[in-house]
Design a protein around this ligand. Structure first.
Ligand SMILES: Nc1ncnc2c1ncn2[C@@H]1O[C@H](COP(=O)(O)OP(=O)(O)O)[C@@H](O)[C@H]1O
Ligand SMILES: [Mg+2]
Length: 245
């Protein structure tokens, strides 16, 4: 098996290790972690370090703090905690991943949904935050209201990474999780659109460097977020290169 294939298989395994659940109850989202979550999170620390992921899953108390702070700063909303369960306000719309998986979605609407999510990521970054798991599954897009909101703040970037690195990592996660759900003939156009809306040459350059080669330690982690084929992965690398002369 190739290194890429091995990383994809490892990525699938990593993705299956779920430790929290969210449910809608009485107009609030209740999110709680399984009893074995501390064990999995503890195990993830050395693994992510070996894989040079540059991210960390927060322990329960830090996680509560971060969700509270972000819902307050971004939505002026409060987050309750009852016996370790987080009680979150319901964000309107559907996740970007759900939008993109709708086979009947018309092209202009698809692009608008992506635009909203990318613009929301750029403004999240401008506010001084980074997400550390910025997948299309973690942004709610409300096309009627014309807005998008990021959520699921269980992970943080390592503090020793530069801001450009962290932003590029978020943009990478959003890019690959969108392109995973994009028809082949629309990949190039969608990639360009995402970079145009985000609009940061330095971050784009950083992002492109990350796709230079598949011989990278975090590949399994990245493929856990989006199980791209080798062909699609290389195509993304080529398209990114075209953007950075
Ligand atoms: N504040 C929210 N408003 C609306 N739906 C939410 C909210 N938080 C979570 N969800 C729903 O629950 C799902 C899982 O939530 P998430 O926080 O991403 O958990 P996980 O850690 O399992 O990825 C989301 O895809 C979304 O559909
Ligand atoms: Mg999530």
């Amino acid at each position: 098996m190739t290194y890429f294939g091995l990383c994809r298989a490892a990525g699938r395994l990593l993705r299956s290790a779920r430790y929290s659940r969210s449910r809608l109850v009485d107009d609030r989202v209740r999110k709680h972690r399984a009893f074995y979550a501390p064990l999995l999170i503890g195990l993830s620390v050395p693994l992510v370090r070996i894989l040079d992921g540059g991210v960390r899953v927060l322990h329960q108390r830090e996680w509560e703090e971060r969700e509270r702070r972000l819902y307050h700063d971004l939505h002026d909303a409060s987050v309750g905690v009852v016996n370790g369960t987080l009680i979150l306000p319901v964000l309107p719309g559907k996740s970007l991943a759900t939008w993109l998986e709708d086979p009947d979605l018309e092209e202009p609407v698809r692009m608008r949904a992506i635009d909203r999510a990318v613009a929301a990521l750029a403004s999240f970054h401008r506010a001084g935050f980074t997400h550390a798991d910025a997948m299309a599954e973690n942004v709610m897009v409300d096309l009627e209201g014309g807005a998008a909101e990021w959520f699921d703040f269980e992970t943080v970037h390592d503090e020793d990474r530069t801001m450009t690195w962290r932003r590029a990592d978020d943009l990478r996660a959003l890019l690959v999780t969108c392109l995973l759900r994009t028809a082949r003939e629309r990949v190039a156009e969608t990639l360009r659109r995402i970079l145009d809306v985000y609009h940061d040459a330095e971050v784009t350059r950083h992002l492109a460097e990350g796709f230079d080669s598949v011989w990278r330690r975090p590949l399994a982690l990245h493929l856990a977020q989006a199980a791209l084929t080798h062909e699609r992965y290389r195509e993304i690398g080529r398209l990114l290169k075209e953007r950075v002369p």
